[in-house]
Design a binder for this molecule. Structure first.
Ligand code: NDP
Length: 496
């Protein structure tokens, strides 16, 4: 596939205090296209010293930003949403080249969802009301929600554009300023958002972008004494390190970590819908989604019929150049990650798992340079590693059950608790499971639905705190309780 001409436009430097600049220690990170291995850009490396500068800029920008009328902050976010929409072709191209997402998905999901998110929080900015609390007679008590100050945002490589909006939208609407670090693997769309923010008139220092390595720039954000909250999406292991580092100044931490999403198909399910929905649950974005339906839990009476069609569907998925509009599955986002996903095929086999399809890189020479993994379906047992650990690829583990109790035990039988889904016509069972599933989000007769108005987050090892919806506005603010002695009472104690 020919590269787009002209190539999408994006920045390659750090954005600090409204200026595009090199890192203090110089040097660049090569950003590669996971489809052909070619270098897309050389991006400046931010180190701890750059994070320190970025935090200072965000601290300076904070008083004026929080003092700006909420509707003015909202207006800027709405203008940003319009600018992103107008830049759709460019941003979709950047995301496809940098992450390997099929352009079809970038145009239908990544960019429109980013626009929707900024619009939602633009509209939300002046809807954040406080409350008046009934307390003792003679006193008025009201509660205001105040911004935290400087927020550190750490964004992973699987949905860099969307996750940038999930963090910037509520943080800015609530009146915080931000230092954001995209993954060094996929920084380009976040940098483009920075450019668009400048174009629509965000003041200098309100958002600062530091493109650096996790262990250095990321770690500095987590421990920085000037940052009041860190919002992180990524692995459970790194989430733990962030909590440890955050203890230095007891900052607020929000963690959106991994998952091992159960996707239960009951005997009474609408099978064509369940088959298509289960394929979307695991194969969209090459399975690189924390909410992927990576455990397919089938009732034994329908398992064979379901799998026959599901395997055929998986084999029909068109792998290819992300820029080709017909491509349904692109490469994984990095070589290292491709190797990690393929290593789980060996792990599955060693424990007696049965690979029904896939389990390797495609043999088509046209795809040889890309980080591809064929859609992979493995039958295993609930205690196998591939039924417990997050693979984060186009890799689904199939388990079977005979009773509702067994289905629930399997579904709740991991340390994770992010998304969960079930397919059934029985409304009573649907509600019972919705209540009993150990998860932050439950989908009934669908999977992986997300909307900026609906809270997103997990329980257990999947993290804590919520993105999106009104919940997110709480996460990015603190409550201040104000007491007024309206009757001018003299306090009863120490009265003289
Ligand atoms: P990480 O958790 O290491 O990376 C996620 C983000 O954290 C990146 O921006 C990374 O920066 C940053 N980071 C890394 N180390 C630190 C640190 N010490 N302090 C602060 N920030 C840091 O995930 P991996 O990329 O290693 O992926 C491993 C696995 O994690 C995946 O296979 C998947 O299972 C899970 N994962 C889950 C995601 C989710 O959506 N919940 C997203 C990504 C991964 P940089 O990349 O620049 O090093």
């Amino acid at each position: 596939m020919a590269r787009p001409h002209p190539l999408p436009s994006f920045q390659t430097k750090l954005l600090i205090d409204g200026e595009w600049c090199d890192g203090a220690e110089g040097g660049t990170i090569s950003v590669a296209n996971p489809f052909d291995g070619e270098t897309l850009a050389e991006v400046a490396i931010a180190t701890a010293a750059d994070v320190d500068r970025a935090v200072k800029a965000a601290e300076r920008a904070f008083p004026a930003w929080r003092a700006l009328a909420a509707h003015e902050r909202g207006r800027l976010l709405l203008k940003l949403a319009d600018a992103i929409e107008a830049d759709t072709a460019n941003l979709a191209g950047i995301e496809a080249l940098d992450t390997g997402h099929p352009i079809r998905d970038c145009l239908a999901l990544d960019v429109p969802r980013t626009v929707l998110c900024f619009r939602y929080f633009g509209g939300m900015a002046d809807k954040l009301e406080g409350s008046v609390v009934p307390v003792d007679a003679g006193f008025l008590n009201y509660v205001e929600r105040e911004p935290i100050g400087v927020v550190g945002a750490i964004v992973p490589w699987n949905f860099p554009l969307m996750f940038t909006s999930w963090k910037l939208g509520p943080a800015l609407a609530a009146g915080n300023t931000v230092v954001i670090k995209p993954s060094e693997i996929t920084p380009l769309s976040t940098l483009r958002i920075g450019e668009l923010m400048q174009q629509v008139g965000f003041p200098a220092g309100v958002v600062n972008i530091v493109t650096g390595y996790g262990q250095d720039a990321g770690q500095r954000i987590a421990e920085h004494p000037g940052i009041g909250k860190v919002a992180f999406t990524g692995s459970t292991a790194t989430g733990r390190r962030i909590v440890e580092a955050s203890a230095a100044n007891l900052k607020k931490v929000q963690l959106e970590l991994g998952g091992k999403g159960p996707n239960i198909v009951f005997a009474d399910a609408n099978l064509p819908a369940a088959i298509g929905g289960s394929a979307f649950a695991i194969f969209h974005n090459q399975g690189q989604a924390c909410i992927a339906g990576s455990r397919l839990i089938l009732h034994e009476s329908i398992a064979d019929a379901f799998l026959e069609k599901f395997v055929a569907l998986a084999r029909s998925i068109r792998l290819g150049d992300p820029l080709n509009p017909k491509t349904e599955m692109g490469p994984l986002t990095s070589r290292l990650h491709q190797e990690r996903v393929l290593s789980f095929v060996d792990i599955a086999r060693e424990q007696g798992g049965d690979v029904l399809t896939g389990g390797r890189a495609p043999t088509d020479p046209a795809l040889a340079a890309g980080c591809f993994v064929e859609p992979t379906i493995v039958r295993a047992k609930p205690d196998h590693r591939v039924a417990q650990e997050e693979v984060f690829g186009p890799f689904v583990t199939v388990l079977t059950f005979s009773t509702d109790e067994e289905a629930l035990a399997i579904a709740n039988g991991t340390e994770y608790g992010l998304g969960a889904g079930l397919w059934t016509q029985d409304i009573t069972r649907a509600h019972r499971f919705a209540k009993q599933l150990h998860a932050g989000m439950v989908w009934i007769n669908s999977y992986k639905r997300v909307h900026p108005a609906s809270p997103f987050g997990g329980v257990g090892r999947s993290g804590y705190g919520r993105e999106m919806g009104f919940e997110a506005m709480r996460e990015y603010t603190v409550a201040k309780s104000v007491w007024i002695n309206v009757d001018a009472q003299i306090p009863p104690f120490y009265r003289r």
